[in-house]
Design a protein around this ligand. Sequence first.
Ligand SMILES: Nc1ncnc2c1ncn2[C@@H]1O[C@H](COP(=O)(O)OP(=O)(O)OP(=O)(O)O)[C@@H](O)[C@H]1O
Ligand SMILES: [Mg+2]
Length: 236
Amino acid sequence: MSLLDVKRLSVNYGVIKALKGISFHVEKGEIVALIGANGAGKTTILHTLSGLIKPADGQIMYNDTDLVHTPGHKIVSLGMAHVPEGRRVFADMTVLQNLKMGAYTRNDAAEFQSTLEMVYKRFPRLEERKNQLSGTLSGGEQQMLAMGRALMSHPDIILMDEPSMGLSPIFVNEIFSIIEDVNKDGVTVLLVEQNAKKALTIADRAYVLETGSIVKEGIADELLSDESIRKAYLGE
Ligand SMILES: Nc1ncnc2c1ncn2[C@@H]1O[C@H](COP(=O)(O)OP(=O)(O)OP(=O)(O)O)[C@@H](O)[C@H]1O
Ligand SMILES: [Mg+2]
């Protein structure tokens, strides 16, 4: 059984059909990339998985639970964490307060402390800046905070929306290598990216989305060398 199994998912915004019956699956332990141009529907997929948007049609099976009928606030406690597009940290709160918010589904103090230590170990910059207001962090540091906050909930799967957006190449490399490390520690990753090359380099498999439909899927390495993908998404 797949960790996540999405079938014939359709989402409309009024008359706009943002997702037109897409199906995909994510196996436990994988990094799966969703790539596609602006407006293809990538963020809409993640919002629907997290329960922020209810679909017009389709099924989202996560373990044994149909998320379509699960209220959004319960989804995090099922082990799914979302790192939203544009980071969305709480700007007026400190780094530590943001990390505490990520752990709101857990109330064991000892466990909180050990998870915090794990996050600080992964992101030493966050520990150095734990009392800094999050709105004053650099873009790359805010991305780290958004990831750290998601990890505070001990997710089984993490949904990442454009983690490389607006970051310098060095920071992009750092963020992607952290995503790989988090995955090696057992967290499944669904990665939405415009930076298709980077995403395909770390992913096991990928789906290509065009105006609300999946037009191609396969092993990431094979898509990296696919002529049509190279032309359309890798700028080659
Ligand atoms: N709240 C909304 N109301 C109306 N239309 C929306 C809404 N949110 C998204 N859309 C439309 O749905 C389509 C898919 O948007 P979505 O944000 O999922 O794309 P995306 O693949 O994440 O794009 P990007 O790479 O630019 O982030 C777009 O045409 C967008 O304009
Ligand atoms: Mg988007």
